[in-house]
Design a protein around this ligand. Structure first.
Ligand SMILES: Nc1ncnc2c1ncn2[C@@H]1O[C@H](COP(=O)(O)OP(=O)(O)OP(=O)(O)O)[C@@H](O)[C@H]1O
Ligand SMILES: Cc1ncc(COP(=O)(O)O)c(N)n1
Length: 259
């Protein structure tokens, strides 16, 4: 059986973070493991508290997993402090981990900061170079590229700038542009667009987490990057269309819609 590891924060309401990632791994028949970086108190209406775990316990979690059940792919989500980012980068190098999907989580949909301001540059300099794919949304791509994105031409420009900072594929997600759900996969001057109809839904909490962990699951199963992204987008679209309606705010999608 293929194995996937998520290194991310906990969302007790189960829509985003490690909970979303583990459900997504299961939906892809990939054995799921998790290293928790932070515990959040959040639900469909917002994020109420965040507590980072210590470097010691995050390091020990990584050692425990990586020295025993070696993952075929790794997804990295919320890591809010520069100390934890540096530690994770060191461990990934020490254990020669490959197939790394980095979701550059910065702000929750509800507007809560999930990355400390001083950690942004460390994320860019320490983790970006280790990733095989990075998956910024529009605001994150703007932060990393240092430009404003108004349309799809700007998405291409941002991808070009970001790819100069990393050897990784860059997937710029268009979900934050008006009426757009098209994503751009970019590498070495090659553009591949993934077009998808915009689904009218009230509930989309955790779409970014779900997409990146689905891509990691597909990479673990030896899919090419293009195939992995295409399949993950189909899976995500199915989970949105399913129309789960939970909670009083922006609810989760149905990660198990295909089971
Ligand atoms: N209403 C929708 N219909 C179809 N696809 C969508 C919709 N909303 C988002 N998506 C898709 O979901 C994925 C994540 O999109 P988005 O750009 O919102 O990233 P994100 O901000 O990281 O996600 P999150 O909302 O979890 O933070 C992308 O593939 C995007 O195209
Ligand atoms: C632990 C954790 N990781 C990531 C997100 C981003 O997801 P969203 O933008 O859908 O709130 C989140 N809210 N919580």
């Amino acid at each position: 059986m293929k194995k996937g590891l998520t290194i991310a924060g906990s969302d007790p309401s189960g829509g985003a973070g490690i909970q979303a990632d583990l459900k997504t791994f299961l939906a892809h028949n990939v054995y799921g493991m998790s290293v928790i970086t932070a515990v959040t108190a959040q639900n469909t209406t917002g994020v109420f508290a965040i507590e980072d775990l210590s470097e010691e316990i995050v390091g020990k979690q990584l050692d425990a997993v990586l020295s025993d059940i070696y993952p075929d792919a790794v997804k990295i989500g919320m890591v809010s402090s520069k100390e934890l980012i540096k530690l994770i980068a060191e461990k990934l190098k020490e254990y020669h981990v490959s197939n790394i999907v980095l979701d550059t989580v910065m702000v929750s949909t509800s507007g809560h900061s999930l990355l400390r301001p001083e950690a942004k540059e460390v994320l860019i300099h320490e983790l970006l170079p280790l990733a095989n794919l990075i998956t910024p949304n529009i605001p994150e791509a703007q932060e990393i590229a240092g430009i404003t994105i108004y349309n799809k031409e700007d998405m291409v420009r941002a991808a070009e700038i970001i790819s100069r900072k990393t050897n990784a594929y860059v997937l710029v997600k268009g979900g934050h542009l008006k009426d757009c759900s098209d994503d751009l996969l970019y590498k070495d001057g090659n553009e591949k667009w993934f077009f998808m109809e915009r689904i009218k839904v009230e509930n989309s909490h955790g779409t970014g987490c779900t997409l990146s962990s689905a891509i990691a699951a597909n990479l673990a199963c030896n899919k090419s990057m293009e195939e992995a992204v295409g399949l993950a987008k189909e899976y995500l679209t199915g989970a949105l269309i399913d129309g789960l309606d939970l909670g009083r705010g922006n609810g989760p999608i149905n990660h198990g819609w295909n089971l």
